[in-house]
Design a binder for this molecule. Structure first.
Ligand code: ZN
Length: 134
């Protein structure tokens, strides 16, 4: 089951500057900064009442975020839905013709199992599914 939007991911060039900007916009400091070496990104998280904002910056020119920024510039990068059972949802979405970027979920930021679905299959929006690791 898709439960709700967990967070919206925003690609930024300078995480430190954007942390300040979003702290001022949301009137709250980020509660977590996390380095994800496997994806060559540095992320930070902000909590609002019902969902979160994730800022994502590249830590390497070969990071997928670097190519996103080159192509599209800063802005909304993905929408993440919290799911009850990520394995079931991957199967369901594949059956529906959506294209996962990996066959299995991986450990992502914020203590979550995550999987992404190719924007080609979702009207240009990169979709993330996430399930909290308990
Ligand atoms: Zn995300």
């Amino acid at each position: 089951m898709m439960k709700k939007i967990d967070h919206i991911g925003i690609a930024v060039r300078d995480l430190e500057a954007s942390n300040k900007l979003f702290a001022s916009l949301l009137n709250t400091d980020c509660y977590k900064i996390e380095d994800l070496p496997t994806q060559k990104v540095l992320t930070s998280f902000f909590k609002t009442d019902t969902q979160k904002i994730e800022l994502v910056a590249a830590t390497d020119p070969t990071s997928p975020i670097s190519s996103f920024l080159d192509k599209r510039g800063e802005g909304i990068h993905h929408i993440a839905f919290e799911v009850e059972d990520i394995h079931l949802e991957i199967m369901r979405l594949k059956t529906e013709g959506f294209i996962p970027l990996s066959e299995k979920p991986t450990v992502g930021a914020d203590n979550k199992l995550v999987v992404f679905f190719h924007p080609k299959s979702t009207n240009g929006v990169l979709i993330e599914l996430c399930q909290e690791i308990k």
